[in-house]
Design a binder for this molecule. Structure first.
Ligand code: GRF
Length: 220
């Protein structure tokens, strides 16, 4: 009799929008050798296309609609309860456009990742592509970080750069950055599932040693 295969880490993805990063993760985790499994997709917006993508992939979905809650704390408590029902090993924020409370973040310390469209620590917050163009930067990119209580401020695991062209618009830049996002997020989620990255007391640990700077994909 064959032994059952070892259980792989359970991934829960939270999204708010079109879910292109979710799709990249769905595609990656479907590869036979991927060391993790998406077990559920949560969303704060009924009707978001991310939910459609999840349904197409036969994934369990849930919606916790933030407009139905009187405060951030109540929303986060409801979201937390829903997530805990699935008992994930990793929570992946993939375009999840809500600021999370400290209690929520603490519940998943070292087990929650976020993707942010800038080379952090530059340009935390919104409208990063527009702000990069206004500043005249020649380089832009994407960061994936552990989520801590500081907004877009957790230790950065990996980054990918894109070159900013003279004629780039916020839209063209967003497209270039997203292409890199779709490559980088599956790589980092794989590292997590393989046990290669951890959040240590001093920051990100990779293969058991602290990293001095984020891992980088070269400029395209
Ligand atoms: C991405 O650009 C991500 O960096 C940002 O929100 C966007 C989500 O896009 N946090 P999608 O829903 O994955 O298409």
């Amino acid at each position: 009799m064959k032994a059952d295969p070892a259980p792989v880490p359970k991934i829960l993805v939270l999204a708010s929008g079109s879910g292109t990063n979710l799709q990249a993760l769905i595609d990656a985790t479907r590869e036979r050798d991927f060391p993790g499994e998406i077990i559920a997709v949560g969303c704060n917006k009924p009707g978001a296309f991310a939910l459609e993508r999840a349904a197409q992939a036969n994934l369990t979905t849930f919606v916790v609609d933030h407009t139905k809650y009187g405060s951030r704390e109540e929303f986060d408590a409801a979201l937390l309860a829903e997530i805990l029902r699935h008992n994930p090993d990793l929570v992946v924020l993939a375009g999840f456009m809500r600021i999370l409370t400290s209690d929520f973040v603490r519940a998943f310390r070292g087990r929650m990742l976020n993707i942010h469209p800038s080379l952090l620590p530059a340009y935390t917050g919104l409208n990063t592509h527009q702000r990069v163009l206004e500043a005249g930067d020649r380089t832009h990119g994407v960061s994936i970080h552990f989520v801590t209580e500081e907004l877009d401020g957790g230790p950065v695991i990996a980054q990918a750069e894109v070159a900013v062209a003279e004629d780039d618009t916020p839209e063209s830049l967003a497209e270039k950055v997203q292409q890199q996002e779709h490559v980088l997020y599956p790589i980092v989620v794989r590292w997590f599932c393989e046990g290669r990255i951890q959040l240590g007391t001093e920051g990100v640990m990779f293969d058991g040693a602290p990293i001095e700077r984020p891992m980088r994909l070269p400029a395209n």
